[in-house]
Write a protein that binds this ligand. Structure first.
Ligand code: 5GP
Length: 194
């Protein structure tokens, strides 16, 4: 997506270890106009998909997910990273965090992720795909169906996207980063210039 790619090149910052910082418009300060445009693009790319619920992981997935949910008029559920003592009918799994280099639990109540749901997963970044695989595990535990995954930014050099696509999952990423070597942002030409 052209506007996102341009914004990444303008305001994105590279950090050691292949981390892209987009705190100026996604992860700390947020640009709601760009967020809305990105959600519109997800709606377009998943137009032929039967979806009844959006799922994400707290915290940075919530903003794009709720924009998509708003446009599609569908409920949005976020998996929690801390296990609330009050959660009923909890489904849980472990996810390894690439940015924090440690594992954490993610959980969701089966009151909100239910058998028969057709869920679209939305998140800010796709790197190694651990968060995505954790969500897939929760969706399977619930007896729901994962119908697609949409990411604002995919880092192709970490290959999570390859794995998910090989699993037959419909994955859409609005900007694909080819490399962050030498702290230079190289974005893949994916043929989308809208
Ligand atoms: P994965 O589970 O695919 O390895 O990593 C995805 C998660 O890690 C995302 O939910 C995101 O929060 C975080 N993440 C991975 N790479 C980056 C990055 O380069 N920049 C930022 N800001 N977050 C990242």
């Amino acid at each position: 997506m052209k506007a996102l790619k341009e914004r990444i090149l303008r305001d994105g910052k590279c950090f050691e270890g292949g981390i892209l910082k987009v705190d100026n418009f996604i992860n700390h300060q947020m640009d709601p106009i760009l967020m809305k445009s990105m959600a519109v693009e997800f709606v377009r790319r998943f137009a032929s998909t039967d979806i009844n619920k959006i799922i994400t992981v707290e915290a940075s997935g919530i903003a794009p997910a709720i924009m998509v949910g708003y446009l599609l008029e569908l409920p949005v559920v976020f998996a929690k990273k801390k296990t609330p003592s009050t959660m009923e009918h909890m489904l849980a799994t472990k996810v390894f965090s690439f940015t924090k280099q440690r594992s954490y639990d993610v959980c969701v109540s089966s009151d909100y992720l239910c058998k028969g749901d057709k869920v679209l997963f939305i998140d800010d970044f796709l790197a190694n795909g651990n968060a995505a695989k954790g969500i897939l595990e929760l969706v399977e535990q619930a007896g729901a169906e994962l119908v697609g995954m949409g990411f604002l930014i995919e880092k192709a050099f970490q290959h999570g996207g390859d794995e998910l696509r090989q699993m037959g999952i419909h994955v859409e990423s609005l900007a694909i980063i080819e490399s962050l070597d030498n702290c230079e942002i190289k974005i893949k030409d994916d043929g989308y210039d809208r």
